[in-house]
Design a protein around this ligand. Structure first.
Ligand code: AMP
Length: 556
């Protein structure tokens, strides 16, 4: 079965890119252009100016980088740059120049990031050697222009990337000054996640008859999404695989489809998941029909529980037992926000998206376009996971008690029952069963990622927090004993709710939670401990007043 291609599908080859670029894209495992690439690349190759509304995560970097690379001279390279890309932050300067370098490798494109904070000497030497594309923050670009070390005479293309962010960061005057100095006949591209009037003004002043592109108008077919619960987790890139594992453990899907952007990512993630004991299969455009059929057979037959796929490869699949769809990356466009397949034909399901901190804007765009709320939730903690695994063990035992013939095991239990209390015997048996199911493996906490409009700029602050191993609490954390537990029906979210509600402590500042039968342990910032204790003493949890105090024994 060959997945149907959408009628409007365009390949990179259709976009008339040169063979070197096509080779690079294929080597990176990109299967087809994203919507922004499909719309932006042809007019850019024709030399048109472009005003694009697109956020990080849409593939906008390649949308301008590929046309930029098409422009660099094949022979007779001068030392002066052909293109200048202005970006708001040092992180983005590095990221964009790395992307251009990757795409332009076969063309031998020379790319240089310029940003403040880096020794200027190294930048001067690189500029002297000659570059084709400069990716700079406006302040540093202006420094080099003033020193005459960055020459703009040869520029054929100027890109303003994340223009709204640049204005928010106070770069408006710098940008105006730079654009005074660039050749009149250059091509200008402006990308911005939002289009406030100031961006419009900038576009009117510096763009000539631009093509306008706006993403985010797509909507999901009526009714399709309504039965699907949508959730997102914001996770730093390095912890994504672990976060996915955590979410899958807690959700325990019957069958899940996990979408990745590229073939390489599909292969890597499949390998990682299999290494962690899941039964995952890969599906992507690099596989032949026979391989695909085998994969689908294993999924339908229940020997695989996870299908990891690129969007293209999974198009048109309908998997009966699917309960979960996971977007391992924020999709490049709202209309590929994949929830339809779980929600189809009245089936209920869960759609989960793992976003990186810098991609939070794309979540908002998708919310607006699909008119569906996406709840950004806190990743399950190790304690949640343990509680969930114990629950699964209990469910499995219950099933066995109700259905299995247990008589053959009497010979084990009876002699032990003479020697020990039956409760003790049961506890030991449960421990073995629990561990035997692989459910008791060790896990590390996954650090919180900052979410919010300034997520990107808070990243380094978050990294600092992670190193301390705490959750943003200078001065460390402390554990509180709360005298109600599972026997009273307490779940982690009840404790989080009570603490956040009563003490105004932010949810993300509450650390690991462990729930035992008759008590619970909750980690909170030391600085907030007294306030939390006072607040909880004055309130009820699951309708009960509980003892609340600091845990007496720190070491377990
Ligand atoms: P951007 O919106 O430019 O930050 O890109 C988001 C991510 O999508 C980056 O990790 C790119 O490597 C990836 N990407 C861009 N274009 C494609 C494509 N056509 N297929 C798969 N991945 C892509």
């Amino acid at each position: 079965m060959r997945p149907a291609r959408a009628d409007d599908a365009t390949t990179f080859a259709d976009l008339a890119l040169c063979p070197e670029l096509l080779g690079a894209l294929s080597a990176l495992g990109y299967e087809e252009p994203t919507p922004i690439q499909r719309e932006a690349i042809p007019p850019l190759l024709q030399g048109r100016d472009l005003l694009g509304q697109a956020a990080t995560g849409t593939g906008k970097t390649a949308a301008f980088a590929l046309p930029v690379l098409e422009r660099i001279p094949r022979h007779d390279r001068r030392g002066e740059p052909t293109a200048l890309v202005l970006v708001p932050t040092r992180e983005l300067a590095v990221q964009v120049s790395e992307a251009i370098h990757r795409y332009g490798r076969e063309l031998g494109g020379r790319v240089l990031p310029l940003y403040g904070g880096q020794p200027i000497g190294r930048q001067l030497r690189a500029l002297e050697r000659g570059v084709d594309v400069v990716v700079a923050t406006p302040g540093r670009a202006l420094d080099h222009i003033a020193r005459r070390t960055l020459r703009l005479r040869g520029l054929q293309m100027v890109v303003l990337d994340e223009a709204d962010e640049m204005l928010d960061m106070g770069f408006a005057d710098d940008i105006e000054a730079i654009l005074q100095d660039v050749p009149e006949d250059r091509q200008t591209v402006l990308f911005s996640a939002t289009m406030p009037p100031r961006i419009d003004g900038m576009a009117r002043r510096h763009l000539h008859d631009p093509v306008r592109i706006q993403l985010g108008r797509a909507t999901s077919p009526p009714g399709e999404a309504s039965l699907v619960r949508q959730r997102a987790y914001v996770v730093p890139r390095a912890h994504k695989a672990a976060a996915l594992g955590r979410v899958l453990d807690v959700e325990a899907p019957v069958a899940a489809l996990v979408f990745c952007r590229t073939r390489d990512e599909v292969d890597q993630l499949t390998e990682t998941l299999n290494g962690r004991g899941y039964r995952a299969e890969a599906l992507h455009g690099g596989m032949d029909q026979e391989q695909r059929d085998r994969v689908m057979g294993r999924l339908r037959g229940g020997t695989a529980e996870l299908l990891v796929a690129t969007d293209v490869a999974a198009r048109g699949l309908d998997i009966e037992q699917l309960t979960h769809v996971v977007n391992y990356d924020v999709p490049c466009a709202p209309d590929s926000y994949r929830i339809g397949r779980v929600g189809r034909a009245g089936r209920q399901g869960v759609a989960i998206t793992l976003a990186e901190p810098r991609e939070h804007r794309m979540l908002k765009t998708i919310e607006r376009a699909t008119k569906q709320r996406i709840a950004v939730e806190k990743l399950p903690t190790v304690a949640d996971l343990r509680a969930r695994r114990l629950e699964l063990t209990r469910a499995a035992l219950r099933e066995s008690l109700l259905g299995d013939d247990l008589d053959p095991f009497r010979v084990v239990v009876e002699p032990l029952a003479d020697e020990f209390d039956v409760m003790e015997v049961a506890l030991a048996a449960v421990k073995l069963a629990h561990e035997g199911s692989g459910a008791a493996t060790g896990d590390d906490e996954i650090p919180e990622a900052p979410v919010g409009p300034d997520g990107e700029r808070r990243r380094s602050a978050a990294a600092g927090r992670d190193r301390r191993g705490g959750r943003g609490a200078p001065g460390g954390t402390t554990r509180l004993f709360v005298g109600v537990g599972r026997a009273a029906g307490v779940r982690p979210q009840d404790l989080v709710g009570a603490i956040a509600g009563e003490s105004q402590l932010a949810r993300r500042d509450i650390g690991a939670i462990e729930i035992a039968d008759r008590f619970s342990l909750v980690e909170v910032p030391e600085s907030a401990a007294e306030k939390v204790i006072a607040a909880l003493r004055g309130s009820a949890i699951k309708g009960r007043k509980a003892t609340v105090r600091r845990e007496r024994y720190e070491a377990r």
